[in-house]
Design a protein around this ligand. Structure first.
Ligand code: CP
Ligand code: NVA
Length: 330
């Protein structure tokens, strides 16, 4: 059987994404009193391979795999033979002989795809330059638990049209949300991602829109979201980006333009007084630490779904699509 991967948000159908969020809520509610069915990874090992730094993703996968009954193996890529030139394909083939899934944080999406093509076990994107789909699952879980639903809500993302923005556009579209991204000219999300989100939105009621005026984009928003202006690998551009992105700061003015009960999210790590003002990050609208916690629950739910697909078991609510069932949504 071909392994079921999660490289991009659209590797789940809308129904599967909703089922993952339901499962995530269940894991959250039962965390301190798990039942026997809450350990679907018993006897399994999961490699967590990092080619970039991480706090939340690394810790939440490590703890999450253990809570599911599995054995997490955290690997800093630089300390492996990858750092000395062994190919990603040979690494994937070897890891597939030892572990039951591979969670990878890397640079190019293409590197992730090559790894998945050479692996015989599920591969999960723990952030690439292109997308951060595990983050988006936790983001949706956080919005849903605060607002009771997702369809029809407007999420405005201010700042860089980066990996986090791409995943919000796609996952938001799968959930029937309106995702508005306000970026400086030249820093918009990829057009191909925006088009894909609108294609999905045609069926779900979602909508993807790119704008350039931050306050216009923030007007009436249910959720305001931002991320760092210089992502990992772009440290050399930090100073120039700080100037270009200044008008896109998630500050009190943006909060005032949004709905009175607007929810403020940030994937973290945050830089106070750069992409977000300290008063907003630490203020009453902010749910950033619930959001960070939900990484744990959402990823446990994702792992359960992928392992259920591996075992050929139809998860409740997934429509029984099984391995490769997300193809219809691509
Ligand atoms: N949000 C997020 O992915 O954080 P880390 O880089 O700490 O994993
Ligand atoms: N866009 C950021 C997200 C960090 C979680 C980066 O790629 O560095």
């Amino acid at each position: 059987m071909t392994a079921r991967h999660f490289l991009l948000d659209t590797d789940l159908t809308s129904a599967e994404q909703a089922a993952v969020l339901d499962l995530a809520d269940g894991y959250k509610a039962r965390r301190r009193a798990p039942g026997p069915a809450d350990r679907p990874l018993a006897g399994r090992s999961v490699a967590l391979l990092f080619e970039k730094p991480s706090t939340r993703t690394r810790l939440s996968f490590d703890v999450g795999v253990a809570e599911l009954g599995g054995h997490p193996v955290v690997i800093d890529a630089a300390s492996t033979q990858l750092g000395r030139g062994e190919t990603i394909e040979d690494t994937a083939a070897v890891l597939s002989r030892y572990v039951d899934a591979i969670v990878v944080r890397t640079f190019a999406q293409e590197r992730l795809e090559r790894l998945a093509a050479a692996a015989n076990v599920p591969v999960i994107n723990a952030l690439s330059d292109h997308a951060h789909p595990c983050q988006a699952l936790a983001d949706l879980q956080t919005i849903r638990e605060r607002r009771g639903g997702l369809a029809g809500l407007t999420l405005t993302y201010l700042g860089d049209g980066n990996n986090v923005a791409h995943s919000l556009l796609l996952a938001g579209a799968l959930a029937g949300m309106r995702v508005h991204v306000a970026s400086p000219p030249g820093y918009e999300p990829f057009e191909q991602v925006v088009r894909h989100a609108n294609e999905i939105g045609a069926a779900t009621g979602g909508e993807a829109l790119v704008m350039h005026d931050a306050l216009e984009a923030a007007a009436g928003a249910d959720v305001l979201y931002t991320d760092v202006w210089a992502s990992m690998g772009q440290e050399g551009e930090s100073d120039s980006r700080s100037l270009v992105f200044q008008p896109y700061q998630l500050d009190e003015k943006a909060v005032e333009a949004a709905k009175p009960d607007v929810l403020v999210l940030h994937c973290l790590p945050a830089h106070r007084e750069l992409e977000i003002s300290g008063s907003v990050l630490d203020g009453p609208h902010s749910a950033v630490f619930d959001q960070a916690e939900n990484r744990l629950h959402a990823q446990k739910a994702l792992l359960s779904l992928l392992f259920a697909a591996e075992a050929g078991v139809a998860e409740a609510g997934t429509g029984g699509t099984g391995a490769g069932g997300a193809d219809a949504a691509r």
